[in-house]
Design a protein around this ligand. Structure first.
Ligand code: ATP
Length: 274
């Protein structure tokens, strides 16, 4: 259907270099991706194929970016879905949607002569939450279909499919999802430390006109606890302040206002969710 097609791309054009920090996560992910790149070897040694990787950690830390970079790195087509898309679906529709996702990934890879496809499922906890036996049947069927698809994947499948799932709440996941042969690689994508924050600020100010009074090192200290997504917002808001004042360059003052604004937004979000 047209809905899922909108989420599929042949090339993501996101490189691992576009992700600031997360060195350990990037290395772990690249290592796991060798399973796709050296598929023939994996088959030859009789190694069980890698079917699923779970990326977990706080919101806005770059999990989606990682999945996109993984697709670029392995020259895979990329198909996306979010667990929240399955909310309020009628019984059976969710399971059909999962089938469609896999079919689409295979079709897109074949049509573009790619050896592999990556299916990214964001907010996996929405469909993969622990089953408590009462109600939520439509989620059960969706999850069961996902597990069925993954169990059916073989080492010699062409194209090879890898499912990458992301969650902020790994603790909520049904253990059935995490069993060997399913999402059995878990990679933490955590909040950036000071150096990582500096890298992320560098990435998001690269094409912006910065005044000479700007010290990214200083800014990385002032943004303790910020996620990558928040740092991206800071850079963007600072540029907006400069534009509003008709300044040719973004100054330190614009940045400190932007930091306040992002912090305030955070507070209003928390108030709203109370
Ligand atoms: P969520 O859990 O909320 O879905 P996420 O972990 O998937 O978030 P992304 O969607 O990958 O986070 O990040 C959102 C945006 O924040 C990115 O598009 C990027 O602009 C910025 N960003 C986040 N982390 C990084 C990073 N490590 N380096 C550079 N930019 C980042």
């Amino acid at each position: 259907d047209g809905k899922s097609r909108a989420h599929a791309v042949v090339k993501t054009n996101v490189k691992f270099e576009d992700i600031g920090g997360q060195e350990r996560a990037k290395n772990e992910l690249k290592e796991a991706l060798d399973f796709l790149i050296y598929q023939d070897k994996i088959e030859q040694y009789g190694i069980r194929p890698l079917k699923g990787i779970l990326l977990f950690g706080p919101p806005g830390t770059g999990k989606t970016l990682m999945a996109k970079a993984a697709a670029d790195y392995t020259d895979s087509v990329f198909v996306v879905a979010s667990g929240s898309e399955f909310v309020e679906m009628y019984v059976g529709v969710g399971a059909q949607r999962i089938r469609d996702l896999f079919d689409e990934a295979k079709m897109l890879a074949k049509r573009n002569k790619k050896n592999s496809a990556i299916i990214f499922i964001d907010e996996i906890d929405v469909i993969g939450g622990k089953r408590d036996g009462n109600g939520l049947k439509e989620y059960d069927q969706t999850l069961n279909q996902l597990l069925t698809e993954m169990d059916g994947m073989k080492a010699n499948d062409h194209p090879q499919i890898l499912v990458i799932a992301a969650t902020n709440r790994k603790d909520l996941l049904d253990p059935a999802l995490l069993r060997p042969g399913r999402f059995d690689r878990h990679i933490i994508v955590d909040l950036p430390d000071k150096n990582a924050r500096k890298k992320i600020l560098e990435i998001h100010t690269k094409s912006k006109p910065l005044a000479t009074d700007i010290d990214l090192n200083q800014l990385s200290m002032e943004t303790y606890g910020f996620s990558g997504a928040q740092l991206e917002s800071v850079a963007n808001e600072a540029a907006i302040y400069a534009l509003r004042e008709n300044k040719l360059e973004i100054t330190a003052k614009h940045f400190s206002n932007a930091i306040d604004k992002v912090l305030m937004g955070e507070q209003t979000d928390r108030e709203a969710s109370k």
